[in-house]
Design a protein around this ligand. Structure first.
Ligand code: NZQ
Length: 384
């Protein structure tokens, strides 16, 4: 196991009816900016619960944070927060709203051009305090300090992390997910599955509990994912999905182990260039990364095949191939297509994707730092 330090300060408040707990978490004298997406929280009753819990506090609503939140929109929220002397943020929505709120929290306190936080990795030492009410199990943003923001005008999608951008708390009420369209549930399951793989499917590091924890999350997703599509109002299924997605990326399984993240980085360029959903990019690229990197990932692919998909018959090569096929089939069973051609994307895009990866310094990716632009090209080609 590698050396590590691990701290996660986010308090989780889990279960039906728990939005009422906002009253205990948000300071009484706070001036709150509630941040939200395109309107789901108004139609599904979540905003009404938030309003009731905030009671007499002074609060304002910023709506319109889009999926793959943009710098352009988030800077409007920064301006609104400044105009109204806001001192507390409350993100209510999916990963895009929470990620966007992390950027708003950092940008408000940032001395300089806030885009530098993403483009130049300018350090964020301070951020406005914020909490979240999660309505879409997928990204883990509710219990981590990462944020992914797009600059529409530049065609960039970049990430930042900071010790200052953990949510103080996150409310996870599985019943808020009942209104999710099937496509978002499907996306959410893929979006939880792939980060686990990024922290697990590398090379053996003798990290027994991290491995078994990761395998438990993957097996759980393979069980509850299809159930969540088939039984949208099954509380137990939604509860298991929600907590699994949070644990997928709260840092615990990644402590002390090598990590990959090439699928994510190649995927960000696909979203920036072609507007694909984040999860769609992951479903396309993960099977391709597994295939192109099967030698480097051989030992973990065999472990994954045996422990997650129970593949014990046949030669090593057959088991690895079967594990890659099982992964692709799982995504397709979740109704997320796994080839670039399914999204009308051809090989003509690959030069542009590689140029963007190079522009963003993504030239030594993966757990060995040896996914060069040439290897990335092979991955995109494999995904066609
Ligand atoms: O905007 P509204 O109206 O709220 O609708 C949203 C949006 O259209 C809808 N939705 C959310 N909760 C709902 C609901 N509709 C009905 N009922 C509900 N309860 O779902 C749509 C998608 O929402 P979005 O927040 O974009 O999805 P997701 O949670 O998958 O977030 C994706 C973003 O997170 C980033 C991605 O890159 C992408 O920008 N990621 C962040 C990570 C992190 N912070 O650690 C890691 C992830 O891998 C990912 O990169």
């Amino acid at each position: 196991m590698q050396n590590f330090s691990y701290r996660n300060p986010t308090k989780i408040i889990f279960g039906e009816g728990q939005i009422a707990m906002l009253d205990a978490e948000v300071p009484r004298n706070a001036r709150v900016l509630v941040t939200s997406g395109g309107g789901s929280i108004k139609s599904n009753g979540v905003l009404d619960q938030v309003k009731a819990a905030l009671g007499q506090r002074t609060w304002f609503l910023f709506s319109g944070i889009e999926p793959n939140p943009t710098y352009e929109t988030l800077m409007e929220a920064v301006a609104m927060a400044r105009e109204n002397n806001i001192d507390y943020l409350l993100a209510v929505g999916g990963g895009s709203v929470i990620d966007g709120t992390k950027f708003i929290a950092a940008a408000i306190k940032f001395d300089g051009e806030p885009w530098d936080i993403l483009s130049k990795k300018a350090p964020v030492h301070d951020a406005m305090p914020f909490g979240s009410v999660l309505t879409l199990p997928a990204t883990g943003s509710e219990m981590n300090n990462g944020s992914v923001v797009s600059y529409r005008a530049k065609g960039d999608k970049l990430f930042f992390t900071s010790e200052a951008t953990y949510p103080l708390f996150s409310v996870l009420d599985p019943t808020t997910t009942y209104s999710l369209p099937p496509k978002q549930i499907a996306n959410g399951v893929v979006d939880a599955f792939v980060p686990v793989i990024e922290q697990y499917l590398t090379y053996p590091a003798d990290a027994k509990v991290q491995d078994r924890f990761a395998e438990g999350l993957l097996i759980t997703l393979s069980e509850v994912g299809p159930q969540a599509l088939a039984e949208p109002h099954n509380y137990a299924v939604r509860a298991n999905l929600m907590w699994t997605a949070t644990l997928a990326l709260n840092g615990l399984i990644g402590a002390g182990v090598p990590q990959d993240w090439a699928t994510h980085m190649l995927g960000h360029e696909l979203t920036a260039l072609h507007g694909l959903d984040h999860a769609q990019t992951l479903a396309i690229l993960l099977p391709a990364v597994m295939s192109v990197r099967r030698e480097q990932k051989r030992a973990k692919l065999l472990q994954y095949a045996e422990r997650v998909w129970k593949l014990t018959e046949g030669s090593e090569e057959e088991r690895i191939t079967a594990a890659i096929t099982a992964t692709r089939s799982f995504f397709e069973r979740m109704t997320v297509a796994t080839r670039l051609r399914d999204y009308q994307i051809t090989g003509d895009s690959i030069d542009k994707l590689i140029a963007k990866l190079e522009e963003h310094g993504m030239t030594a990716l993966g757990e060995h730092g040896d996914i060069t632009p040439q290897v990335s090209r092979e991955v995109y080609q494999h995904a066609l």
